[in-house]
Design a binder for this molecule. Structure first.
Ligand code: 6PG
Length: 241
């Protein structure tokens, strides 16, 4: 079920390789269309990759003027809150690169969840051209329970097919979040899962052994109709496959 994956001996090597892959994908998109619409993941593994992008790519190497940054999900907290994915990206990436402010499209976690979701959905539609906006690149993490973005097992967001964004109460964290939904995720050109650590190995094995995607493991339902999905993992996460 995991058709395309790369496994690296260590998390450090995964982070390095993922950063290089992201630089290539961004440059390719900007070369081909003048822009790159990129959705970023939250989580510790992705944050280390963003820091590596900064180290690896001299500002001139990435045409930041053409890059539009979005988020795959956000916690419903202010942008300076320790839990904010925006804050994590600002610390690890934004404050180090010359990306124009108007190219940064954060989810406004300080608003009421439904308002934040509605506003974000509109901003995506206003920024990415076409009837059905699609990201060039989507970075995703995966939890040991198989969640990705804020699409958790049993979540109401798994059933949203009439909007690209949903506000969802996550029982596990007793908190509201805003997340991209399957419709827009599955219109992406390139999806990169960034998965590291032994805690993910059992879920990686379960997803890899699936005959078909299942809501029990929400990450398994990310399958772009015309794009590609690549899992970039370390040896600890692929230990069982
Ligand atoms: C979040 C992320 C979430 C994350 C996974 C993996 O907001 O927390 O969107 O989906 O990517 O939980 O996180 P780790 O890489 O830190 O395990």
């Amino acid at each position: 079920m995991i058709e395309s994956y790369l496994s690296y001996p260590s998390k450090e090597q995964l982070v390095e390789a993922a950063a290089a892959m992201i630089v290539v994908r961004i440059s390719q998109a900007v070369y081909e269309s003048g822009k790159c619409f990129l959705a970023l993941a939250g989580g510790t593994t992705p944050s280390e990759v963003y820091a590596s992008v900064v180290q690896k790519a001299a500002p001139a190497q990435i045409p930041w003027d053409g890059v539009h940054l979005f988020w795959g999900d956000e916690r419903c907290v202010p942008p300076d809150h320790p839990d904010s994915n925006y804050r994590m990206v600002h610390e690890s990436l934004l404050r180090h690169v010359p990306i124009p402010e108007h190219n940064v499209h954060r989810i406004m976690g300080e608003l009421k969840p439904a308002a934040a979701a509605e506003r974000y959905s509109q901003e995506i539609a206003d920024t990415i051209p076409g009837e059905s906006p699609a990201f060039d690149v989507v970075l995703l993490g995966m939890g040991y329970d198989g969640h990705t973005a804020s699409l958790f097992p049993g979540s109401t967001a798994l059933d949203v097919f009439d909007d690209d964004v949903a506000a969802v109460f996550v029982k596990k964290h007793d908190a509201w979040r805003v997340t991209l939904t399957y419709p827009i995720l599955n219109r992406s050109e390139h999806v990169l899962f960034l998965v590291a650590g032994a805690s993910k190995a059992a879920m990686v094995e379960r997803i890899n052994n699936l005959e078909a995607p299942t809501r029990d493991y929400p990450a398994s339902l990310v399958n772009p109709s015309s794009g590609d999905v690549r899992w970039m993992m370390d040896r600890a996460a692929t230990a069982l496959i």
